[in-house]
Design a binder for this molecule. Structure first.
Ligand code: DX5
Ligand code: ZN
Length: 219
């Protein structure tokens, strides 16, 4: 079954615990924590304090999405997160960074910006837990899904299946009820969403509808 990750970037920060409990009740599979440094992306979001807090109040797996320069610098402090996602564009030594993550007993996920080609993954694919395909330019929630990314997800799916790698495809950015079935059909294993979950007024209903929308997709 396709997994759903709730990105707390669009949550109400004044009631973070309630928001996390709400998505838990709604049955999401993991919590996605967006960390931005104001350099790699033109925005600043949350850091280790919030990540640790979220970890302390949820039993769900946590995935931290590092949209930062020098991701290797931050790995030690995020070592308690279940998955650590870093961008290939900001990492000069991906093998070293992947090993740092594994040494912390966390799972390495590599993120690609929309215009970054899949061949950047060629030598690291067998070393990682997942690939996170960005379907908007990173930095903000509430942006529009870039349609060309469907073909990219399809090609990545074919590559992973052909080589027999055990790698999960995460898709992040602009997911909504309309494009979610197409994204799953293209080969995604996990959908990450902020605004389509938190900006709807009814979080539980939003997650239920998202699940419903992808349930009938024939793979
Ligand atoms: C964007 C973040 C996403 C974002 C998704 O830079 O990485 O995780 O929160 O937000 P939506 O689902 O609203 O596009
Ligand atoms: Zn993200």
């Amino acid at each position: 079954m396709v997994k759903i990750g709730a990105s707390i970037l669009s949550a109400n920060y004044g009631h973070l615990e309630e928001e996390v409990k709400r998505v838990e009740r709604a049955g999401v599979d993991f919590i996605h924590i967006d960390v931005m440094d104001g350099h790699f992306v033109p925005n600043i979001s949350m850091g280790i304090g919030i990540a640790n807090y979220v970890k302390s109040i949820t039993s769900l797996p946590t995935e931290v999405h590092l949209m930062v320069e020098h991701p290797e610098m931050f790995i030690p402090m995020f070592g308690d997160m279940d998955m650590i996602t870093f961008h290939i564009e900001s990492c000069r030594f991906p093998f070293r960074t992947i090993n740092l993550i594994k040494e912390r007993d966390s799972k390495p996920v590599v993120a690609l910006n929309p215009s970054t080609p899949l061949n950047t993954l060629e030598y690291i694919l067998e070393e990682i837990y997942g690939v996170l395909v960005m379907t908007v330019e990173p930095g903000f929630s509430g942006q529009k899904f870039i349609p060309q990314m469907l073909g990219k997800i399809e090609r990545l799916r074919r590559l992973i299946d052909r080589e027999g790698y055990n790698v999960q495809i995460f898709v992040d950015g602009g997911i909504n009820l309309e494009n979610a079935p197409k994204v799953v059909e293209a080969g995604a294993d996990a959908l990450i969403s902020a605004s389509a979950i938190f900006n709807t007024g009814d979080v539980e209903e939003a997650v239920r509808r998202l699940r419903e929308a992808v349930k009938s997709v024939k793979l």
